[in-house]
Design a protein around this ligand. Structure first.
Ligand SMILES: Nc1ccn([C@H]2C[C@H](O)[C@@H](COP(=O)(O)OP(=O)(O)OP(=O)(O)O)O2)c(=O)n1
Length: 122
């Protein structure tokens, strides 16, 4: 998605993109298709949960999986990346539609977590 919602092929590896930039791209994507009317908080939440289900299916019945997925086919890793992306994108869009600055609140939550679970006690 480019400026104004125009499509662009993401051939180059994107190494650094912010949550705000993703939210902007998703807004442009929805605007260009007149899909803003579908992107209500509840719809986005349900869509995200559906994608969590698709993500879960990838791991279903596999037993424990080694970190880094050393024995997986490249196509399976690619599929995993797509499902992770769907979950992330709906989450980012949901937060944006709700007026929540996800980067800010997530950073603050990490601080809160570190106070709740101090390193020496764990
Ligand atoms: N109303 C919609 C529909 C889709 N998308 C975007 C967000 C997701 O990243 C992706 C989801 O697309 P699909 O519903 O086609 O789901 P999948 O990509 O998982 O396809 P499939 O369910 O066929 O595996 O498209 C969106 O923003 N708003």
């Amino acid at each position: 998605m480019g400026e104004g919602g125009g499509e662009e092929v993401a051939e180059e590896k994107v190494t650094d993109i912010s949550l705000k930039e993703l939210a902007k791209k998703l807004e442009e994507f929805a605007k260009a298709r007149d899909w803003e009317k579908y992107h209500s908080p509840r719809n986005l939440l349900l869509a995200m949960v559906g994608e969590v289900g698709e993500l879960s299916e990838i791991f279903q019945w596999k037993g424990e999986v080694d970190k880094g997925l050393p024995n997986w086919e490249e196509s399976d890793k690619e599929h995993l990346g797509e499902e992770l992306s769907d979950v992330l994108l709906y989450l980012v869009r949901l937060a944006d539609i709700c007026g929540i600055d996800l980067g800010d609140v997530a950073t603050k939550k990490i601080v809160k977590n570190s106070i709740k679970y101090p390193p020496k006690i764990c």
